[in-house]
Design a protein around this ligand. Sequence first.
Ligand SMILES: [Zn+2]
Length: 67
Amino acid sequence: MGALPKRKISRVRRDRRRAHYLRLKMPHMVPCPQCNTLRLAHHVCHYCGTYNDVQVLPEEKTASANE
Ligand SMILES: [Zn+2]
């Protein structure tokens, strides 16, 4: 027999331990100051194409990105 834990870890202890690294997988979303849609923090907004009040992406590309 291999090594086994002496006691069962309760749901609370198990979930509290996992919350530390599972929390990091959640994307940090903040509202864009230009168009107010949620975007990733420290990333260019793909809706209006601005970052730090600077237009980064060309505006016609953001409107029709399908083709
Ligand atoms: Zn935006």
